[in-house]
Design a protein around this ligand. Structure first.
Ligand code: ADP
Length: 490
């Protein structure tokens, strides 16, 4: 039965998560990790999470989703027919509802901007339809959540849509909402026509009205910021940073207005999945007591696989989207200089074509010490976390960042810039290296420090042990989320 009866006395709260990505079903970035791991931690805390996700064409059919219901939504020009399927989050009893309709029958999660996409052409429209379908699914399945937890701009219209439903259905009255911002840079912009296309009730929220008079654009994240009961970002530092012009991505004015209802909660990582002691994907498993020999083994095997020179030089790794946000622009002028040292660089990622082209040239020029693999490869990622010595993440801004935490868990010291979640999770010269100013000079100096640390085996061992013994589990963060839920659920 989908609707397990929950008595008020039981204290169990039913929280519906709505988002665009979910690990391990479909992942582009950190959003997927949070959607996959936080519900598992909440389950231990008297919370019953239920997840709603688009049924992308790329989702593995071996999850055997079963069809629950067919429904439709009437818009001024069209009728959107959709089905709701149900499956379980692998190895859990957590239910996932998959919204299936023609707009999501794609291999990609996000579509490249293109003028010829037929009826609904861009992601702003696709996800606005998804938000509407998700709320309609809550209605037709009579789910009665205690709270709806939305994630990023893709679901930022949900609070407004819930309000709209509450006008006609008392089950929707006062459902509290929390919007988690994983990345402020993507906002879901479209023309105001969308309000009409997907029949949003523009009278309902001041956010929508303001958009009308603002600048002729619909900004879904802005609407979410102004209409969710509470907002949080994924690290305390980033929650402060986004109140400023430098980090607010144009929304600082609205965030300042919501300051009292804005919190920062550092993400955890899935410590069961990211565990060098049990990780079947790496060449040799290890723990804090035997990491030395095993990490060396992992390094040699990685070098062999990537056809790098097989010797014990420091490996600096990047596993990331290859975009300026992640520091690719300040790394660019330094590659050749770094490669003049006795070290190796391993990069796994996809992203801006200009960076991919630049790295492809270095691949050819330095085959024995530089290897950029320009694809998404979750298995290779684990092997790199295990086999590298340093993990580069000199981000311009970083809402939380998962890479640095995964790296520390695998005894790979992060070299990061002091921003957002990087500032909140890495301690300079204790668990990694941290530099402040976003420029190549500061980065280079910190890189030199890393080389010195690598040469000093005693300091290196102390730092690796400190990094590996940190608790990045979701349990701590989940407690923080429960505090917010409790505050919102009266
Ligand atoms: P983002 O801003 O992309 O969400 P995060 O550090 O928060 O950055 O999360 C990125 C996640 O995606 C990490 O788990 C990282 O290991 C993974 N990742 C990024 N690029 C790749 C890739 N090319 N192959 C495999 N995993 C990747």
């Amino acid at each position: 039965m989908l609707n397990k009866k929950i008595t008020p006395q039981s204290g169990i709260k039913k929280i519906i998560f709505i988002g665009a990505e979910l690990n391990p079903l479909v992942k582009v970035g950190g959003l997927a990790d949070v959607m996959g791991a936080l519900p598992k931690a909440l389950l231990k805390l008297d919370i019953e999470p239920l997840l709603i996700l688009p049924f992308y064409g790329a989702i593995n059919k071996q999850l055997y989703p079963s069809k629950l219901v067919k429904a439709n939504l009437k818009f001024p020009h069209t009728k959107v027919i959709f089905s709701v399927y149900q499956t379980l989050l692998p190895k859990t009893k957590i239910k996932i509802l998959l919204i299936k309709n023609k707009f999501f029958d794609t291999q990609e999660v996000y579509l490249p901007a293109s003028p010829n996409r037929g009826e609904l052409k861009n992601d702003a429209e696709r996800f606005a339809v998804f938000a509407k379908c998700a709320v309609e699914a809550i209605k037709v399945l009579n789910l009665k959540p205690d709270l709806v937890h939305c994630h990023d701009w893709h679901t930022a219209l949900v609070p407004t849509i819930l309000d709209e439903y509450s006008l006609a259905d008392k089950n929707f009255a006062n459902i509290p909402t929390l919007l988690t911002i994983h990345n402020l840079a993507s906002q879901g912009l479209s023309s105001l026509e969308l309000v009409y296309q997907v029949a949003l009730n523009k009278k309902l929220t001041p956010a929508l009205m303001e958009d009308y008079y603002d600048d002729d654009k619909l900004d879904q994240l802005k609407i979410g910021i102004l209409s969710a009961d509470m907002i949080n970002t994924v690290s305390p530092t980033y929650a402060q940073e986004i109140l400023t012009k430098a980090y607010g991505a144009g929304l600082e004015k609205y965030l300042q207005r919501r300051k009292k209802n804005l919190k920062g909660i550092l993400n955890g990582i899935d410590v069961d999945f990211f565990n060098p002691h049990t990780d079947k994907l790496i060449y040799k498993k290890y723990n804090i007591n035997n990491y030395q020999a095993a990490k060396l083994f992992n390094k040699q095997a990685l070098q062999k696989e990537l056809k790098l020179a097989e010797k014990n030089v420091p490996i600096f790794a990047i596993i990331s989207r290859l975009v300026s946000q992640k520091g690719l622009d300040i790394l660019s002028p330094l590659w050749e200089k770094f490669l003049s040292y006795d070290l190796q660089i391993v990069i796994l990622g996809t992203g801006d074509k200009k960076y991919e082209a630049e790295l492809a040239i270095l691949n050819k020029k330095y085959p024995k010490k530089f290897r950029a693999i320009l694809k998404f490869d979750a298995t290779l990622a684990q092997k790199i976390y295990a086999g590298a010595d340093f993990f580069l993440m000199p981000s311009h801004f970083e809402p939380c960042g998962l890479g640095q935490m995964i790296a520390m868990r695998y005894g790979t010291l992060p070299l990061v810039r002091e921003t957002g979640g990087l500032k909140d999770s890495v301690r300079h010269k204790k668990t990694g290296l941290v530099f402040t100013k976003y420029d190549s000079k500061d980065l280079e100096q910190t890189w030199q420090q890393a080389l010195k640390i690598f040469a000093d085996k005693k300091v290196l061992a102390k730092m690796i042990k400190a990094a590996m013994s940190q608790d990045f589990s979701w349990d701590k963060s989940a407690l923080e989320y429960v505090k917010i839920y409790k505050k919102l659920i009266k």
